[in-house]
Every structure is written in structure tokens, then in C-alpha cells.
Design a protein around this ligand. Structure first.
Ligand code: NAD
Length: 484
């Protein structure tokens, strides 16, 4: 039976005013299994208005009161993590074990921001004049709008909810139409933890209607967007149409991985497999392009393909051993096919994968095999565009400056990975690579308490860490003279 879920406006679970709905598909079976409301402009206006009403009280609560609710939400999410993870697996195809990790990380983000909110400090600055001083204070900016993509439906939402609520902002979040269910269940935990009515609003609906209203509504004082570079550019333009507001953009990437001849090869191979194929390559910091120093090119490829071929592809709701599920959409599979076929047509060689898997369990669903193509070059789409799927290009390099030049030969600048045991090379790469995040001898460029943001066409501003919290604050300078 098809399940129906409602959205959250002003503390109530409601349908869209016009009663229209969006279908949610299981990408492993291609079956519609749920529906959510398709919100109208009026629904969004109502949510923004309720968020604005709630802001007047929420901003004046102490960070300790706000933190207590976020910590309670952390506990509730952990209790429900298995159920929420299974829902995410159903709507996204992400293996249940990884989905559970994401739900737990979402909880951890709220706990982190509960504490970071208690550490919002101002400054007192001496003035030249006697008995006069300047106070710099930070205040919550107002109603925040969030727009998130489907690939990490809870984690990317949690960054925005955590930052907004801990700072004293209220929020209206538009969750992705492909994967709205796990975010709705996540929000339910916050409601059950005692988040007051109107402080958190979750809207389901299209980018064109819901997204546009969120960006243009003059009450909204801050827009937090995660998604493609194309949409991000449109949002930046649109957001100025009805007033100036703070905008952060976490956008696409085309992540380079450089592996030097002195690197720990086994660690590099493990890292390459994890970051190329986790979540079927649908990660903004998925490895798109691998550059390997020529002396170890063949041995790397041998070990990389050996480990990749062992990955179990399938539906994790049926087989718990699955490492990689289906892609989220048919369009995603078609894009990977385009990139792989383009590379092969232009002279690259297939190492493994390169097709949709065969067998009865793959008759339906958006599956694609983990794919490695070698001997690629920068004329190929796989090395120039974000593939956002389980396919990666590998090419050799002669020296580190050539590798850095190749890594920087892109409009993107989200993150890069380097494997080397030479600390001079590590430092040189960290300095010269044009990206907001550089991971050396590891593949996890994002951690909770350090800023995460992209350079060039990969974004604007930061999430994570105190910097992420400050995106929800506005500074005020108060200059006081005392008559002593
Ligand atoms: P997308 O840009 O198509 O959609 C993202 C969100 O924006 C969705 O909720 C969508 O409904 C909404 N939207 C679409 N068009 C809109 C419009 N014109 N106005 C307002 N809202 C609109 O991206 P996607 O396909 O959902 O996600 C994949 C992309 O997200 C990839 O490029 C990936 O790299 C990027 N991403 C970046 C990060 C990061 O932290 N930098 C993290 C995850 C994903």
C-alpha cells in the first residue's frame, strides 16, 4: 500500500492547500511506495509567517534552553535511527548500514551545535576616548530558509537545522522531492524533543514553486542552499531580487585524488574505493579523477580494480551484505553512461564495470556497476564534469607540479585528496591546490567542528564548525560612553 506523509508547518503536520502530492519512488524496484504534499506558494508563505512569529520568542531564549532541546532531539534520533535508516534506504537506495551512519551523524550534528550555541562570544574593544568602549555582539539573523539535495537527505538538513536553531533563528526547510521521507522523520524527532511551534518548518514540493518563494520572500533573512552549481548560480541571482540577504551555497565538485609513489599504497587504494563508490558515487566529495605517479600506476590499478570488483551491488533491504545500492534516479545512470562512453570513445580503456549489472534482481532499478576507466585525459567528460555516480577516471603523472596543475584544471574547488608520505609534498599540495578542503592521507574532508565550503564554482560561505554557526548570526557594534 502507498503510504502518505505530511509536511510540518507551524507545529502541525499538514497537506498542501491544493491537496496535490508528489510520488516517491524506490530506486531499487522503480515502484511508487509513498506520496508527500506538493506545497503551493501560499503554503510556503504560511510557513514563513509562522517562522517569523516564532522567531520573536525563540531568539530571546537562552542558548542553554535551545541546547537542551537539541540534546533531547539527539537522544530521540538515536533511538529511532534504525527505522529512519530503513526509510532512507527505501527512498534513496543507500545501504541501510550507511544510512544508519548518516542518521547518527545527523543526531551528532545537533548535539555539536547545542554546545557550540553556548559558545557564541562577542568582544569588547577599547576606544581612543576615555570612558568609551565598543561592544561587538552577535544576534540571530532571523528566519532562515534551507534547500537541500537528495544524496545526504538528513546530514545536509541537520547542518542547517543545527546552525539555525542553536543560534536562535527559526527555519523553513525545503527537502528534496526524491528523498523527503527520512528528513520528515528526522524533523518529527525534533518536534517530539520540544522544539516550539513554528521554529522548525519542513516543506515538500518543487524547486520552482517552494524553492523560488523561499529565496524571494522578503521575510527570509538567510538562505542556506546545498545542491548543484547550476541551481546555486540561479539562487544567488534570484536572492537579491527582493532585498539583500545572507546566502551560503554548497555546490558541486569534481574531486581530484593525487597518489604519489611514496604513498602507503594499500591505504590509498582503500581510500579510493571508499570515496569513489560509497553512496554509488553520489557525493559532492566523491572521487571523480585519480592521478597516480607513473612508477606505481600499474600496481595501483591492479589493487584498485581487485578491491572494487569485490563490492557487492544490490538492494540492502533484501541483502544486508550490499556495499553499493542503486543510484537515486534514472537520469543519474544515464549521465554516468554518457561519461563512461565518452571516455571509451576518446581512447580510454575500461578496467572494470562499464554497464548496468545483469541478473534477475537487476531487471528493475537504477543500478550501475562500480566502474574504473584508465588512461583518460582532460578532453573527456569524466575528467571535466561532475559524474555524480559510480565511475572514476585514472591517469598517470610525471611529477607533483604536473599533478597539481591537473587537479586545478577545473571550475570546481570543493575538495581534493592527496596520498604521500613526503611531508614536503603534502605541504606543497595543501598550499597550491585550489579547493576549500584538502585531505592528506585520508578521504574524509569534512568534520563536524571544522569549516566546510567550496572555492570557485563549488560554493560560497561555510557549514560545519563555529564558522557554520556564524552564518546564522549578524554582528552588531554598540559604542558606549560612560559618564563616570
Ligand atoms: P539540485 O540543484 O537539482 O537540487 C537541490 C535542491 O534545490 C532540491 O531540493 C531541488 O528541489 C531544489 N531546486 C532545484 N531547482 C531549484 C530552483 N530553480 N530554485 C530553488 N530550488 C531549486 O541538486 P541535486 O541534484 O538535488 O543534488 C546534487 C548536487 O548537489 C550535486 O551537484 C552535488 O555535488 C551537490 N551537493 C553538494 C554538496 C556540498 O556540500 N557542496 C553536498 C551534497 C550535494
Amino acid at each position: 500500500m502507498i503510504r502518505h506523509y505530511k509536511m510540518l508547518i507551524g507545529g502541525k503536520w499538514v497537506d498542501a492547500q491544493k491537496g496535490e502530492a508528489i510520488e516517491v519512488i524506490n530506486p531499487a524496484t522503480e515502484e511508487v511506495f509513498a506520496t508527500v504534499p506538493s506545497a503551493t506558494k501560499e503554503d510556503v508563505e504560511e510557513a514563513i509567517s509562522r517562522a517569523n512569529d516564532a522567531f520573536q520568542k525563540w531568539k530571546n531564549e537562552t542558548p542553554f534552553v535551545r541546547g537542551k532541546i537539541l540534546r533531547e532531539a539527539y537522544q530521540i534520533i538515536l533511538q529511532r535511527s534504525e527505522e529512519i535508516a530503513r526509510t532512507m534506504a527505501e527512498e534513496l537506495g543507500k545501504p541501510v548500514k550507511e544510512a544508519k551512519g548518516e542518521v547518527e551523524k545527523g543526531a551528532e550534528i545537533l548535539r555539536y551545535y547545542a554546545e557550540e550555541g553556548e559558545r557564541i562570544y562577542g568582544r569588547v574593544i577599547a576606544n581612543e576616548e576615555k570612558d568609551t568602549e565598543s561592544i561587538v555582539a552577535y544576534e540571530p539573523i532571523g528566519v532562515a530558509a534551507a534547500i537541500t539535495p537528495w544524496n545526504y537527505p538528513i546530514e545536509l538538513l541537520a547542518w542547517k537545522i543545527g546552525g539555525a536553531l542553536a543560534s536562535g533563528c527559526t527555519i523553513v526547510a525545503k527537502v528534496p522531492s526524491a528523498t523527503p521521507l527520512s528528513p520528515l522523520k528526522f524533523a518529527e524527532c525534533l518536534v517530539d524533543a520540544g522544539v516550539p511551534e513554528g521554529v522548525l518548518n519542513i516543506i515538500t514540493g518543487s524547486g520552482e514553486i517552494v524553492g523560488h518563494e523561499l529565496i524571494r520572500n522578503p521575510i527570509v533573512k538567510r538562505v542556506a542552499f546545498t545542491g548543484s552549481t547550476e541551481t546555486g548560480k540561479e539562487i544567488l541571482k534570484m536572492s537579491a531580487s527582493s532585498g539583500i540577504r545572507k546566502v551560503t551555497l554548497e555546490l558541486g565538485g569534481s574531486l581530484p585524488m593525487i597518489i604519489c609513489k611514496d604513498a602507503n599504497l594499500d591505504a590509498a587504494v582503500t581510500g579510493a574505493v571508499r570515496r569513489s563508490f560509497r553512496n554509488a558515487g553520489q557525493i559532492c566529495i566523491a572521487v571523480n579523477r585519480i592521478y597516480v605517479e607513473k612508477e606505481i600506476y600499474e600496481s595501483f590499478l591492479e589493487k584498485f580494480s581487485e578491491k572494487t570488483k569485490k563490492l557487492v551491488v544490490g538492494n540492502s533491504l533484501i541483502d544486508e551484505h550490499v556495499d553499493m545500492g542503486p543510484m537515486c534516479t534514472r537520469a543519474g545512470v544515464e549521465k554516468v553512461e554518457r561519461h563512461v562512453n565518452d571516455a571509451l570513445k576518446k581512447g580510454a580503456k575500461l578496467v572494470c564495470g562499464g554497464k548496468r549489472p545483469s541478473g534477475s534482481i537487476f531487471e528493475r532499478g537504477f543500478f550501475y556497476e562500480p566502474t574504473i576507466v584508465r588512461d583518460v585525459n582532460h578532453d573527456m567528460l569524466i575528467m571535466r564534469e561532475e559524474t555524480f555516480g559510480p565511475a572514476v577516471g585514472v591517469m598517470p603523472f610525471n611529477n607533483i607540479n604536473e599533478a597539481i596543475e591537473l587537479a586545478n584544471d577545473t571550475n570546481y574547488g570543493l575538495a581534493a585528496i592527496v596520498y604521500t608520505n613526503n611531508m614536503n609534498i603534502a605541504k606543497h599540495c595543501a598550499k597550491e591546490i585550489q579547493a576549500g578542503n584538502v585531505a592528506i592521507n585520508n578521504v574524509d574532508a569534512g568534520v563536524i567542528n571544522a569549516p566546510y565550503g567550496g572555492w570557485k564554482d563549488s560554493g560560497l560561505g561555510a557549514e560545519h564548525g563555529p564558522e557554520g554557526l556564524h552564518e546564522y548570526l549578524i554582528q552588531k557594534h554598540v559604542r558606549i560612553r560612560y559618564f563616570i
